[in-house]
Design a protein around this ligand. Structure first.
Ligand code: ARG
Length: 492
């Protein structure tokens, strides 16, 4: 048997079905480049610690760079994972006396955990970029719709007038929290398990801090058992992703509803629509429906991760291999959904007239009318609520005469007698006046919404700057690693 892993201990080779069942090669395409980076850093450290000779180090590094250049397709896909396939390719290239030294003081257990963390770190940073794009798109669409009236809903029933800007800021702020959550998750993802080896670390004189620094990690996962066996960073990240997809699904649902002829609030750009194979007139919001549907993928991935990790004894168990693809599925889906939603919102046409017309349908100004009765006539709010509630049984908005008649039956006197005028009633029933009055912090009044957009845009700017410096720190450490690798090779 020429398999560098099995040739010692095992006599028979697995059949095709067993290979397919046990191999992680398909999902390992995600970690191919990260595995090379881990190999490079580990090899440099082995040399610096005097564990391998300078010439062997240079040979391994050159071989690794060649493998990187050839890409994953050049590797033998019948191996059980990328780590062993890569090592075997290296040995083919530079011989076992050189390449066979790379895995000193290391196990695939710490290797794979390091690779997953490296890739997930980059993907989460990319996700932060995508979320910034979405937030920007929502705030700039909001900025154009500060005066766009619409009905606000509770229980999906018309409730009170608001503006499209106010509504969109609600979504955008939720994605701001998702941004913060992602950044927070990265602080626990970006920790280095390398050096833990199988679980008990190693008797070789390795330098864990050196590989940590070369790979741009913030710190170590210190305990070597914890380092190889914990996947809580995957569960935490998957939970962040599920939360984002749930937030997106809520927006997607509204986009679907708002595009119906019953609502007719928005029209999506054709780019985000599909048509029917039989009904030539159809313009369907399929892309939004798929964002809604794919939220199930993120939820499912989180559930799978939780179920796979539950009750696993320390330390490494092969079950963990089954956990990893869930995070790739979820991050890929979520990142695409975030970017697509940014484009969908930024390009949708808003039917301002229909939204304004609907903003008062269903007597949405009833709350302001009740408030006006309280403020002008001094009746308790609960009494005003009853009077306006009785008026709401009728059709359309009430006149001063009708208000007086109901007030008589409820409190035995008319409210015009207490100073209520036609003009006051008209103002209470005017949606624009309604909104203008709601100028408390976070309310829909145009000035307040303008202030809120400005302050959120400023926060977005700060977030983007912080993200840039996070990215730079990591890019710098990776180019430093490549620089060190170059020196190790050229000094030979
Ligand atoms: N493909 C494996 C995984 O994803 C790599 C680690 C294998 N370790 C082992 N002891 N079999 O977890």
């Amino acid at each position: 048997m020429s398999d560098i892993l099995r040739r010692g201990r095992l006599a028979t080779a697995p059949d095709e079905e067993i290979i397919k069942f046990t191999s992680s090669m398909d999902a390992d395409k995600w970690i191919f480049e990260a595995d090379i980076a881990v190999d490079l850093a580990h090899t440099v450290m082995l040399k610096e610690q005097g564990i391998i000779k300078d010439s062997d180090c240079a040979g391994i590094l050159e071989g690794l760079l060649k493998i990187k250049e050839g890409g994953i397709d050049k590797l033998d896909h019948t191996y059980e994972d990328i780590h062993i396939s890569l090592e075997s390719k290296l040995i083919d290239l530079v011989g076992e006396d050189v390449g066979g030294r790379m895995h000193s003081g290391r196990s695939r257990n710490d290797e794979v955990a390091t690779c997953i963390r490296l890739v997930l770190r980059d993907e989460l940073l990319g996700l932060m970029d995508d979320l910034a794009l979405l937030r920007g798109s929502l705030y700039s669409t909001a900025d154009k719709n500060i005066d766009t009236l619409m009905p606000g809903f509770t229980h999906l029933q018309h409730a009170q007038p608001t503006t499209l800007a106010h509504h969109l800021i609600a979504h955008a702020n939720a994605f701001g929290r998702d941004f913060d959550r992602t950044q927070n998750a990265i602080s626990r993802v970006n920790l280095c398990p390398l050096g833990a080896a199988a679980f008990a670390s190693t008797g070789f004189n390795i330098d864990r801090t050196r590989t940590q620094t070369l790979l741009g990690f913030d710190d170590l996962v210190e305990n070597s058992m914890d380092a190889v066996s914990s996947r809580d960073f995957l569960i935490e990240s998957a939970s962040v992703l599920a939360n984002i997809m749930i937030n997106l699904s809520k927006m997607a649902e509204e986009i679907v509803i708002w595009s119906t002829s019953e609502f007719d609030f928005i029209e999506l750009d054709d780019m985000y629509a599909s048509t029917s194979s039989i009904m030539p007139q159809k313009k369907n919001p399929d892309t939004a429906e798929l964002v809604r549907g794919k939220s199930g993928v993120a939820i499912g991935s989180l559930m799978s991760l939780l179920s796979i990790c539950k009750s696993l004894p320390l330390s490494y168990n092969r079950d963990l291999q089954e956990a990893t693809p869930n995070i790739w599925r979820s991050i890929e889906t979520t990142r695409a959904a975030v970017r697509i939603m940014a484009g969908m919102v930024g390009t949708m046409k808003v039917n301002i007239d229909m939204m304004a017309e609907q903003s008062v349908a269903g007597f949405t100004t009833a709350t302001e009318l009740a408030d006006t009765l309280v403020k002008v006539t001094g009746v308790p709010f609960r009494t005003a609520h009853q009077i306006v509630g009785v008026l709401a049984r009728g059709s359309g908005e009430p006149t001063l005469g009708e208000i007086d008649a109901v007030a008589h039956s409820v409190i035995g006197e008319s409210l015009s007698g207490r100073g209520l005028t036609e003009e006051m009633v008209r103002e209470a029933l005017d949606p624009t006046a309604n909104i203008k009055k709601r100028n408390v912090t976070g309310g829909p009044a145009p000035d307040e919404v303008r202030r809120s957009i400005n302050s959120q845009m400023a926060k977005l700017g700060e977030d983007e700057q912080e993200l840039e410096s996070l990215n730079k720190r990591i890019d710098d450490s990776i180019s430093n690693l490549l620089g060190v690798v170059g020196e190790c090779i050229s000094k030979q």
